[in-house]
Structure formats: C-alpha cells, structure tokens
Design a protein around this ligand. Structure first.
Ligand code: HEM
Length: 413
C-alpha cells in the first residue's frame, strides 16, 4: 500500500471528534498537506480520506471505478456487506439504491422523480409555508427555547409524511426510527442492540402495512412508486422497498433538520448575515446554498475502488475504501474565496453538500424549498438569535447533527 502515514494522528472516523464540533482548521491543514490522506482503522483495513473539492467531484462522477455497491462495501464508512445497512449486524434488509451502481441504480432512482417533480413541489408549497408559519409562530420570543424539538425536527418530517401520503402524526415515529438508523455511535439514539432490533421491528411492521396498502391502492406518492416498481420485469420485493424507504426517510429528514439547526447557529454567530438575509429576499435562494455549504449536514459518503487507479497523484489499489469528506471539500480554499467565512451573498455557490455525480441528492429541490421557506418565516418574526446554552451535538462521523439547540430568538419590536 502506498500509504501516507497519519502524521497528525487525526482519525476522521472517530465520532468523538465530530461531537465536539467540526475541527475545520485541523482538516484544512491536512487537506493542504495530504489531500488524499490514509486513515488507519482500529477494526478495519483503513481508508483514503478524500479532502479536496475537485478530487471528490472526480470520484463521484466515476461510479465504474469508485463503486457504491453493497457487494463492495456500500455507501457508509463501515462495510454494509458485513454489518448491514445500518451497521446493526442482524438486519435482513434489501439494498437501497444509494448502495447500487449503474445501470440498476439509475432505474430505481428514477422512480422517485415524479413524486419530487417541480409541479409536485409547486403544488405543495402553500402547505409547507403554512406549516412553517405555525411552527415559527409557536416559538416564544426573547426566551430560551429548544429549536431542534420545536422546528428543525418536525418541519422536514411533516413534508416527508406528505410526500409519502401517510398520517401527519406519524412524523414522530419516523423521527425515532431514523435517529436509530443513523445513530450507531450515539448511545442516546442507538441505546443498545436490543433497542435497535425493536426499532427495526417497528419500522418493518409499519413498512409491511404501507407496502401492502400501496400495492392494493397505488397513488402518486413516493411510497407507491417504490412499492409498485418493477426492475428488469420483476416486481420490487418487500426487502427492496424497506431498504429504499430507509434511504428516503433518513435522507429526507436528518439532513434538512441539521441544515436548519446548524444554520441557526451560523446566524447567531453572524448577526450581520442575518440582517442581510432579512433585508434582501432576493438573496435567499443563494443564502440557502451557502448554509448547506457552510454546514455540510452530511459529513461524508463512501466508495470502493474497483481497479487500481489514482486520485490526484495518489495511487489507489483495487478494493481500497475511499471516503469523500464533503465537509472538507466545501471549505477548499482553492475553490471558495475565504471558505471559512459565512457569507449569504456569496455568488453561485457550487458546493458539495448535496453530493455530486451519479448519486447527487435527489431531494435537493425539496430541501432547498423548505430551507428558503423556514428561514424566511423566521425573518418575519425575529431580528436575531443568541445561543442560550452550548448545543448538544450528535456523536456521529456521518451526520453533522444537533440533538438540542437552546436559542433565544429576539422578537421584532
Ligand atoms: C439539506 C438537505 C440534504 C442534504 C445535505 C442531502 C445530502 C445528500 C448527499 C450528500 C447525497 C449523495 C450520496 C452519494 O453521493 O453517495 C444524497 C443523496 C440522496 N438524498 Fe439527499 N440530502 C438532503 C435532502 C434530501 C431530501 C429532502 C431527500 C428526500 C426527500 C433526500 C433523499 C436522497 C436520496 C434518495 C439520495 C440517494 C440518491 C442516489 O443514490 O441516487 N435528500 N443526499
């Protein structure tokens, strides 16, 4: 292995690092010195941490050399073919399309397109606005309040239940299940193997009901599209349905939730940027891109090399694990001017927060819509934010997450 040794000793996989808060300075230092960095693993073969914007882009657009397939390890930092899709070990799930390569990947991905089309989003916009307004109106001004519980968590899940056409109150169930699915390193979200088995069982029972219901009586929603699809002439199996539903329910809420929470911290830290956002409705679409760039709600995705190759100047061997750290690429100073500056007026922010290439986020438009609406609702009521307590951060190397965010929102006088 032409490995570069861990001179700094930094371990990208260590969830404690991320729980303390993203160490941007340290990452920038490593990116400048070893942009493709060999990361030893205590219980694994090690992986290449890809840190530069352009390298992440190149790897992502080349799925035949850099595979997402479960058979090669999948899209998570752990090996899905050894410990399962959620790392729980014992699950019997199918393979979600995020862990597939072309051509099957594209076929399953396309199933979601009608349910997330611009016509569909246009039709939903008024209801998303109404929900945003109700949630923001319920926040008391000028006193500490937990924004994760009251806004960041329910809001995207309420959109998701509409996209799935299930009962509005079911968002709470999805919240607990998806937290367990992404929370393998956080003792609060993944309390024990038994607890995880119970969560998977509850999710499985709910999905069994949904699968049967949508096969009997299909609609225009995403769950119907996944339950009734055929791939190569064969109907989707229940296992396939469950795996894709895990992907959609995790992808559709953990990400938007943490863009809102971390975006609020960015605005609390930069009152001038909040003023600019409030005073200039025409910059808000761009500001949303800047929030996702600055925050990087998904810290990384993984690929596996299918042949000997190179990334930049670094030799990569067939079978090597390659981890794309969006959180680093989004602060690459060779692409972004003053990358550590939060600037809601930044022009044409072409960032990696939604990934890029073959698997680029299919929920990007609905995510952007929701973020623009919720921050615009906040702008109507609040003149600024102050942190009331240190935020409680998720212990995860995957999601840049907050479990609680006590903020004081200053009411407009
Ligand atoms: C700010 C919000 C969001 C962020 C930061 C985000 C981030 C990402 C990233 C980085 C990927 C790329 C995966 C890869 O290359 O391996 C991805 C894929 C995906 N996202 Fe999102 N996402 C967001 C919102 C959403 C929403 C709202 C949905 C669904 C309603 C969604 C569903 C998906 C799905 C299904 C994929 C897999 C695409 C594929 O494999 O072809 N995401 N997302």
């Amino acid at each position: 292995m032409s490995a570069v040794s861990i001179k700094s000793g930094f371990d990208f996989k260590d969830p404690d690092i991320w729980q303390r808060g993203v160490p941007h300075d340290q990452i920038a230092d490593i990116r400048r010195n070893t942009p493709v960095y060999w990361n030893e693993e205590a219980n694994g073969p090690g992986f290449w941490a890809v840190l530069r914007f352009e390298d992440i882009h190149e790897v992502s657009r080349n799925p035949s050399v850099f595979s997402s397939a479960t058979a090669n390890g999948g899209h998570r930092i752990f090996n899905e073919n050894e410990v399962g899709l959620t790392g729980a070990g014992s699950e019997e799930l199918g393979i979600p399309f995020i862990s597939m390569d072309p051509p099957v990947h594209q076929k399953r991905r396309l199933l979601l397109v009608p349910g997330l089309s611009s016509a569909r989003l246009k039709e939903m916009t008024g209801r998303i606005e109404a929900r945003a307004r109700t949630l923001i109106e319920a926040i008391p001004a000028d006193e500490p309040f937990d924004w994760v519980e009251s806004v960041s968590a329910p809001y995207p899940l309420m959109t998701l239940v509409e996209l799935l056409n299930v009962a509005p109150e079911d968002w709470k169930k999805l919240y607990h299940w998806t937290n367990a699915f992404i929370g393998e390193d956080d003792p609060e979200f993944r309390a024990s193997p038994e607890d995880m088995t119970a969560r998977l069982g509850e999710f499985g029972a709910y999905m069994s009901w949904l699968y049967e219901a949508r096969r009997r009586d299909p609609g225009a929603d995403i769950a119907s599209a996944l339950a009734n699809a055929e791939t190569d002439g064969k109907p989707a199996s229940f296992q396939q349905f469950v795996a894709d539903m895990i992907l959609v329910t995790v992808g559709g809420n953990e990400t938007v939730r943490n863009s809102i929470s971390n975006g609020l911290i960015a605005f609390a830290d930069h009152p001038d940027q909040w003023r600019a956002f409030c005073e200039n409705p025409d910059i808000r679409a761009g500001a949303v891109q800047e929030i996702v760039r600055y925050v990087s709600p998904v810290l990384h995705m993984r690929r596996t090399a299918t042949e000997d190759t190179r990334i930049g100047g670094t030799k990569i061997r067939k079978g090597d694990k390659v981890v794309l750290w969006y959180v680093s690429g989004n602060r690459d100073e060779t692409v972004f001017e003053a990358p550590d500056t939060f600037d809601v007026r930044r022009a044409n922010v072409r960032h990696l927060g939604f990934g890029t290439g073959q698997h680029v986020c299919i929920g990007q438009r609905v995510a952007e819509l929701q973020l623009r609406i919720i921050f615009s609702e906040m702008a109507r009521r609040f003149s600024g934010f102050e942190l009331a307590e240190a935020p409680q951060r998720l212990r995860s190397n995957f999601i840049n997450g907050l479990k609680s965010l006590m903020l004081v929102a200053k009411g407009r006088t």
